[in-house]
Design a protein around this ligand. Sequence first.
Ligand SMILES: NC(=O)c1ccc[n+]([C@@H]2O[C@H](COP(=O)([O-])OP(=O)(O)OC[C@H]3O[C@@H](n4cnc5c(N)ncnc54)[C@H](O)[C@@H]3O)[C@@H](O)[C@H]2O)c1
Length: 323
Amino acid sequence: MGVPVHVGEQFANIWSHAPQRTIIITDAQVHAHWGHLFGERPCIILPAGEEQKSLAVVEQMVNTLLELGADRGSFLLGVGGGVVCDLTGFVASVFMRGIPFAFAPSTLLAQVDASIGGKNGVNTGPFKNMIGVFRQPEFILNDPDFLQTLPESEISNGLAECIKHACIRSRDYFGWIGAQMGPIRERRADVLEFLILESVRIKCAIVEADPLERDQRRLLNYGHTFGHVLEKRHGWPHGVAVSAGIRLVNRMALDRGLLTTEEEQRINGLLLSAGLPEFEDLQHYSELLLLVRSDKKKEGDHMAFVLLQSIGNAVIERIALHD
Ligand SMILES: NC(=O)c1ccc[n+]([C@@H]2O[C@H](COP(=O)([O-])OP(=O)(O)OC[C@H]3O[C@@H](n4cnc5c(N)ncnc54)[C@H](O)[C@@H]3O)[C@@H](O)[C@H]2O)c1
C-alpha cells in the first residue's frame, strides 16, 4: 500500500496524524508565515534556500536533534518546500540509523512533486541530489492554504511539474489545467485542491509501479534532462528550467516524427499561460547534448529521453550522445 497523502486537509489537523514526540523542521520564511500554527513543538528553523541541502547542514541538524533530546522514538515533520522536505527525509533516514518522518509541504512544487516518491537527498559541490536515499514518509499532508502566501513565481514553478504530469499521463488533466489556468493563478481553493490531487495521483501511480526508478519512473524525467543542464548553467529556477527542457525535448520528438507541431504549440501555449517564459533565444537541443553527457542518469554513450507521442502519451527512448 502507498503512503497516505491527505490532500485538502488543514495543517491544524496535523496532530491527529503526527505522534506526540514530533520535532518540526522548517525554514525561516515558512516559519514567518505559518509558525503560529506549530504550537509548542520543538522546531529546527533553517535559513531558506537551496544552499542548505548540504552534508554540513545535515551534521548541524543531527547535533541540534541531539541537543533537543531526540532519540529512536522521535518523529520528524518537515514543513516547507522541497529543500525542507529533502533535508527532513535525509536526516530522518540517517539519524540513529533511521527514525520515522512525514511532510507538510508548503510550496506547490513540493506538494505535487518533491514530497512524493521517497527520494531524499542533498547536494555536493555543483552536483544536485548526489547523496541520497530512497525512504518513504509515514504520511503527507497537503494543505492548499499554504499556497496563499507563496510568491507568484513559485506557483509558476510548481505548475511546470503539473503540466509535466499532464503531458506524460493525462490528456484530460492537460485540458483541465488549460481551462482553469485563470482560477489556478488566482489561487481559488477548490481548483488548487483538484490540481494537487490529480498531480499526486499521477506521480503516486508511476512511483508505486517502479519505486527504485528502474523503468517507468523515468517518465517523470520528461523535460528534466535538458532542464537540469540549463538550471546548472544559467541558475534558472527549477520550474523555469523544466519548462525550457520541455520545449527542447518536444523539438526532439517533433524531429523524430513523434509529436505534431499542433500538439507542440498547445504545450508551449500552456507553459506560457502558467507564467513560464517564452525563451526566444533558446539553444537548439543538439547543442545541449554534449552537456547532458555529464548527467548522472547517463548510461554509457546513450541517454534515456522521455519523448511525447501525443499529449498524455510518453515513451522512453535511448538516444546516442555523439562526440
Ligand atoms: N525529492 C524529490 O523527489 C524532489 C523532486 C523535485 C524537487 N526536489 C527538490 O526540491 C527543491 C525545490 O523545492 P521548492 O521549489 O519547493 O523550493 P524551496 O524549498 O527552496 O522553496 C522555495 C521558496 O519558497 C519559500 N516558501 C516555501 N513555502 C512557502 C509558503 N507557503 N509561503 C511563502 N514562502 C514559502 C521558501 O522559504 C523558499 O524561499 C530542490 O532542492 C529540488 O532538488 C526534490
